[in-house]
Design a protein around this ligand. Structure first.
Ligand code: ZN
Length: 122
């Protein structure tokens, strides 16, 4: 794997960075922030929630920045999610499973409410 410092993307050694199309990557370090996912607020909220549950550290950044997001409306903002290289493989697996779960979006608002109501003591 190579790591593009500019775009914070990982890519295979015989390829170029998928973002800037340059082959100037270096070997990734454990704490390099690596791109895993980009999407709207709802999707990245859900994914970050799963990362938290799995103790995977992450950074979420709006692509436009706070000022632009306010001008265009938050719902249009695209967020990018990064995890340290040390946890990248795990994060990528979780992301894939997450994207393949068809009912994820439907379940989200309800399951949180249910959890609060059904809290049981043992
Ligand atoms: Zn790049």
């Amino acid at each position: 794997m190579l790591y593009c410092e500019n775009c914070r993307r990982l890519y295979k050694e015989d390829q170029v960075c998928p973002e800037c199309r340059k082959a100037k990557g270096r070997a990734p370090k454990e704490d390099d922030a690596c791109f895993v996912f980009s999407g709207g607020q709802i999707w990245t909220d859900m994914l970050c929630e799963v990362f938290s549950q799995n103790d995977i550290p992450f950074i979420r950044q709006g692509r436009l920045g706070a000022g632009m997001a306010m001008l265009t409306g938050l719902s249009n903002e695209t967020y990018e999610v990064y995890t340290p290289y040390a946890r990248y493989e795990e994060a990528a697996e979780i992301t894939e499973a997450f994207l393949n779960a068809p009912e994820a979006e439907e379940e989200y608002p309800e399951s949180e409410a249910e959890m609060e109501e059904e809290e049981e003591e043992e």
